[in-house]
Design a protein around this ligand. Sequence first.
Ligand SMILES: NC(=O)c1ccc[n+]([C@@H]2O[C@H](COP(=O)([O-])OP(=O)(O)OC[C@H]3O[C@@H](n4cnc5c(N)ncnc54)[C@H](OP(=O)(O)O)[C@@H]3O)[C@@H](O)[C@H]2O)c1
Length: 289
Amino acid sequence: MLKILLTGGEGLLAHALREFQPKDCDLICLSHSDFDLTEPAHMQEQLAAIAPQVVINTAAYNQVDRCEIERGLSWAVNAAGPQRLAELCAPTGICLVHYGTDYVFDGEKKSPYLETDPPNPLNHYAAGKLAGEQAVLRASPNHLVLRTSWVFGGHPTQTKTFVHTVLRAAREGRELKATTDQTSVPTFAPDLAAWTFELVRQGASGLVHAVNDDGVSRYDWALAILGEAVPARLIRDVPPVERVTTRFFNSTMRRPTNTVMSNEKLTKLLGHRPGSWRPGLRKMLAQMK
Ligand SMILES: NC(=O)c1ccc[n+]([C@@H]2O[C@H](COP(=O)([O-])OP(=O)(O)OC[C@H]3O[C@@H](n4cnc5c(N)ncnc54)[C@H](OP(=O)(O)O)[C@@H]3O)[C@@H](O)[C@H]2O)c1
């Protein structure tokens, strides 16, 4: 039995990991209050008491806009916390699996980003996440960082993914607007969970882009969600979606445009293509019914 400690136990990806848990893994899930990334002494105690072989860290401060305001806290959770956790895991040979983001890139590249492309974060969230993943990789050659993007999936209580937001707006008859100049890869949380366990089983390490196939703009992603929601009988018709650009939202925070990441390295490790996000979207919508 492989003993795995899962942090951020109440979150979206943690839910998918719990659902997917392989039979030969003993998965111990700890929520924010039981394993706080900003409390190193407590983390150390928990690691000593549980003695896992692997830690999967899904805990993060993910509210991108709030990170600009809550700079100290978001840095503590996204950068300093993972660093401390990685350093605590390294001496006892615990492998830390940590998640990064496509936002570490500035979006200027015209083709999918490779693991070897230099990051250039445009906002505080991205800078914190980059510092976190770099510290994890520095702490041990056994640690694994999976960079992902636009994660979506079902959760027993949370309804905060883009899929939920678009459907809520459509059902309430609210005007829908989506950007045509922000492009990335929607990634189905259960797929990401399955790849995570597969890579853990292989003893993979280093930096890997872990996303489904097929990049899309926010606008096309919204249309795909609405298009699939009709046969799933969640809405009657596809409502109009207004095409806008990032500038329309008039935010002071900079967001990258094209952050589509290549999943070629993941494909090689898995021995097959990760596959499109569409089947995952259909599954999620079918379950929402
Ligand atoms: N979702 C995406 O689109 C996306 C995109 C790129 C990368 N990622 C990365 O993928 C990973 C998983 O994301 P997710 O979507 O599952 O996130 P999520 O649903 O927001 O879950 C994150 C969890 O972390 C917990 N948390 C917050 N502060 C903490 C702290 N100080 N100590 C311990 N736990 C804390 C949260 O608990 P509370 O709610 O109780 O605070 C929450 O349950 C993260 O590393 C994220 O940055 C996600």
